[in-house]
Design a protein around this ligand. Structure first.
Ligand code: SAM
Length: 232
């Protein structure tokens, strides 16, 4: 089973669907980090593509601010529930069922692509993240923003001996054969790549054809965020 399918099986469980779609989660709204990223892009209107929709925690307040929101999730029930909850809250959102690591999107359409929570880290291998970034870049209008969150752990054990050992374990267990420093299975349920150096994020963003506008990372906090822009 590949790592994306492994995560999909986790999110597909009824208690997870309920957990991401229940009122408490959806009404918790944007986090302080997300609000701070939003303030930096200085726009609240236009077409916004939200990747990792869940029950609509970010989609609904963003739609209320004035964005026309299209949410993407690989769990069809999440998309349906988010659309229903949005309607009940007085806004309309559109939805698509897709895997964010294999996006099929219209070109030059969105003003903002918003990748939920730390989900940039949920895409395994630098190559796949780079492919995702190129697809996102194509779907943005010139000057459009990519706002995203990622896991941040600069204190991760990065010694070459430890990385070699993890690669050997991955190889022996027929697991993630392309193990990269920072890769882990969170609670044995979901793949995560925690970034350990700002240069790694900068390199991936540049490879995806973006200019980096801002990175917000605190060494004592596992959630970090960044804003990248498609050149005009
Ligand atoms: C951590 S939850 C966040 C949900 C919501 N944005 C929130 O913060 O409440 C991640 C969401 O992204 C979806 N997801 C995870 N990996 C995905 C992938 N590769 N493609 C599409 N959706 C994915 C899950 O089904 C889940 O709804």
């Amino acid at each position: 089973m590949n790592l994306v399918e492994f995560s999909r099986q986790h999110y597909l469980k009824p208690n997870n669907i309920q957990g991401w779609c229940d009122d408490e989660q959806v009404n918790s709204g944007l986090s302080t980090l997300e609000q701070s990223l939003l303030e930096k892009i200085c726009i609240t209107k236009g077409q916004l593509l939200l990747l990792g929709l869940g029950g609509g925690r970010e989609a609904i307040p963003l739609a209320k601010m004035g964005f026309e929101v299209t949410g993407v999730d690989f769990i069809p029930q999440m998309v349906e529930r988010a659309k229903e909850t949005a309607k009940k809250s007085g806004v309309e959102i559109s939805g698509m069922v897709q895997d964010i690591s294999k996006l099929d999107l219209p070109e030059s359409t969105f003003d903002v692509v918003w990748l939920s929570a730390a989900m940039y880290s949920c895409v395994p291998t630098r190559k796949r993240r780079s492919d995702m970034l190129k697809r996102i870049n194509k779907s943005l209008s010139p000057g459009g923003y990519f706002v995203f969150g990622f896991y941040w752990n600069p204190k991760a054990d990065a010694s070459s001996k430890s990385v070699l050992l993890k690669k050997m374990v991955a190889w022996l267990s027929l697991g993630n054969l392309r193990y990269e420093k920072g890769d882990m299975l969170r609670f044995n349920l979901e793949f995560i790549h925690a970034f350990t150096a700002v240069e790694d994020i900068k390199g991936e963003i540049a490879q995806g054809g973006f200019e980096l506008i801002d990175i917000q990372a605190n060494d004592d906090h596992p959630f970090a965020g960044a804003i990248a822009r498609k050149p005009i």
